[in-house]
Design a protein around this ligand. Structure first.
Ligand code: FMN
Length: 282
């Protein structure tokens, strides 16, 4: 099955950032497809899928079997499924998932096969640059419908230059659509779209769903603010710390951002935050 998004510019998966209220705003602003943050198939957390996202899974070898039940439960509510093979965090190292699962090609093949058996929706993977990337792509050719590449290594984390040439070279090994991730923004997306089938935007969208309107609806859009986020978030019972986290993000890049952050830092509860969001324009 083919991926059939609204346009070729997606919201990248981001833990903490991509809660449902934020994702709904990105969708409204024009993101062609949203990714959920990475989710473990044994999670006990409530999962919100009102934006019909690509639901991204992560797990290690021991939990591979829990994928089937999880996918059956949520399959009707997602646009596609993704498997995370790129997380570089310390916890990923400890529990051997994300980029640290890359050397276990047998488990990767088992998981992708299982994913394919449990859905008729597209199945995808998200990779980093590693010595296993090409081997994994060869497995993906058998089971997947698209491949996302963030061409930084595990040790680079999120800094340093992404290796765009490496990402392009993957076309030699696959005919699957390639979704590119790494430093995409409103100034360079057209350049990336000439090289790749799709792009995803990560950090430049944090606190800034408007980046999708700037790109997809240049002339005619109403600026989305933190007050819009709060309005949506009120439907979902988020903890106060999540609201405060997002408030901080929405101030980034503003002229008075620093002073707003200092004030938000002092805000003690949701009621106070709502009042603040009404007073200030951010
Ligand atoms: C705060 C944060 C959380 C992230 N969480 C995930 C995640 O859950 N799954 C994933 O595949 N990538 C995750 N990423 C990586 C992004 O999806 C993206 O590949 C990376 O940030 C490079 O794109 P950018 O330069 O547009 O930010 C995360 C990145 C950031 C900054």
């Amino acid at each position: 099955m083919k991926l059939n998004p609204k346009n070729r510019i997606f919201l990248a998966p981001m833990e903490e950032v991509n809660d449902i209220a934020f994702r709904l705003l990105c969708k409204k602003a024009g993101a062609g497809l949203n990714y959920s943050p990475m989710i473990h198939p044994k999670t006990q957390k409530e999962i919100h899928l009102q934006d019909k996202p690509v639901l991204q899974l992560f797990c290690g070898k021991k939990d591979a079997d829990s994928i089937s039940a999880f996918m059956k439960k949520y399959d009707s509510k997602v646009s596609a499924w993704d498997f995370n093979l790129g997380c570089p965090a310390k916890t990923a190292k400890k529990h051997c998932f994300g980029v640290f699962l890359n050397s276990d090609l047998k488990t990767i093949e088992k998981i992708l096969k299982l994913m394919g058996e449990n859905t008729k929706k597209p199945v995808m993977i998200k990779l980093r640059k590693s010595s296993y990337t090409i081997k994994i792509i060869k497995i993906a050719n058998k089971y997947c419908d698209a491949v996302a590449i963030h061409p930084r290594t595990q040790s680079q984390g999120y800094s340093g230059e992404p290796d765009i040439k490496f990402a392009e070279s993957l076309k030699k090994y696959t005919k699957l659509p390639i979704i590119y991730s790494g430093n995409v923004d409103e100034t360079n997306y057209t350049k990336f779209l000439k090289k790749f089938d799709f792009v995803m935007i990560g950090r430049k969208a944090i606190g800034n769903p408007n980046i999708f309107s700037e790109i997809t609806n240049k002339k005619n859009y109403k600026k989305i603010t933190f007050a819009d986020y709060l309005k949506l978030a009120s439907q979902y019972n988020f903890p106060f710390r999540q609201l405060k986290f997002q408030a901080m993000q929405f101030t980034k890049g503003l002229k008075n951002g620093k002073s707003l952050r200092l004030k938000i830092f002092e805000v003690k509860d949701e009621k106070e935050l709502r009042k603040f969001a009404k007073q200030e324009d951010f």
